[in-house]
Design a protein around this ligand. Sequence first.
Ligand SMILES: Nc1nc2c(ncn2[C@@H]2O[C@H](COP(=O)(O)OP(=O)(O)OP(=O)(O)O)[C@@H](O)[C@H]2O)c(=O)[nH]1
Ligand SMILES: [Mg+2]
Length: 183
Amino acid sequence: MCPNLSTNFNFKILLLGDPAVGKTSLVRRFVHGKFTKDYLVTVGMEPYSHYINLNGTKVGLNLWDIAGQQEFISFRSVFFKGAKGTVLTFDLTRRETFDNIRKWYEESNNSAPGQFFLVVGNKNDLKEQRQVYRREGNQLAREILNCVGYIETSALTGHRVEEAFFKLGRRILVNEEEKLRKI
Ligand SMILES: Nc1nc2c(ncn2[C@@H]2O[C@H](COP(=O)(O)OP(=O)(O)OP(=O)(O)O)[C@@H](O)[C@H]2O)c(=O)[nH]1
Ligand SMILES: [Mg+2]
């Protein structure tokens, strides 16, 4: 069968990172264009779905917003299966959340190998409280296998949020199209 490259695609993408780094806020900003200051802890996992247009190809992003709290560690990896990509998120104002990115990367990569990754430093609006340099984020992204880069975002202002999801989605699409061509 001749593959049709204008086919619609659906990609499962995980949002991972420590508690309160802003995973839910980023996905809600991207999908609903909204932000709330309240911290409502995610319990287990919350799914979101959003269609984007990548160079004329309609792509569905199934965004799995995974709870960062330690109490969910025992079962959360069941949600990882089949993921094509992970947004590894940390909080620019809390150094320890950056130090934990490798742990999140390994947890995700072990359960769903062969994915693409994007490192996101969130809360870029809190300039005075920054605890991680941009060059450190860039360096970490270079060290992670299949990482498409490092982006600093703000779910509060919306700064670079769309760009982050598009960047990861575009890389996954290129890879899926290459696989189709080989059939
Ligand atoms: N100033 C600022 N605050 C943010 C930003 N993103 C999220 N927050 C706040 O940080 C807190 C935690 O955000 P959440 O999105 O709930 O964090 P989470 O990563 O989903 O946390 P868990 O569900 O526990 O894993 C909330 O009070 C948000 O309003 C941001 O870009 N800037
Ligand atoms: Mg959450």
